[in-house]
Design a protein around this ligand. Sequence first.
Ligand code: HEC
Length: 131
Amino acid sequence: MKTIKSILLGTAIVLISSAVMAQAKPWVVPAEYKNMKNPVANNDASVKAGMALYVKNCASCHGKTGLGDGVKARALKEFPGDFSGAAYQNQTDGEHFYKTKFGRGEMPKYEGKISDEDIWNIVNYMRTFKK
Ligand code: HEC
């Protein structure tokens, strides 16, 4: 009996941990996007345009300062990320662009809702969150 119990317990642990690991899977961005050059210069006008769009579309989940603490964040299963930290800031502009444009899971897809140029403006604005 004891062995069966420990086998069952062992199986349960393996299943649960693989489910957790599946959730935290890395978000792989295709090389063509990862290496894409940001066509919009990161200047005051771009950052200002990006800020307005960010406040309207993104802050509800990602938080005003990008810490992942927006009002909707508590209801999410997935942590939206901390845009002030290295894990985010060390990614390329192309990676931020790709993730914003195509989304995944609870992260909405903005393709067709926000123009490419405006997504780049938001990408430029999100650089201001760097600690
Ligand atoms: C409904 C909530 C929600 C909204 C609104 C939202 N996001 Fe997200 N976002 C998420 C979640 C959840 C994740 C994590 C997804 C994952 O890892 O599977 C995420 C992830 C991201 C990432 C990847 C972060 C990283 O560390 O790699 C970027 C970039 C991003 N969002 C940008 C945006 C932008 C820009 C907007 C607005 C135009 C936006 N998001 C609006 C929930 C949201």
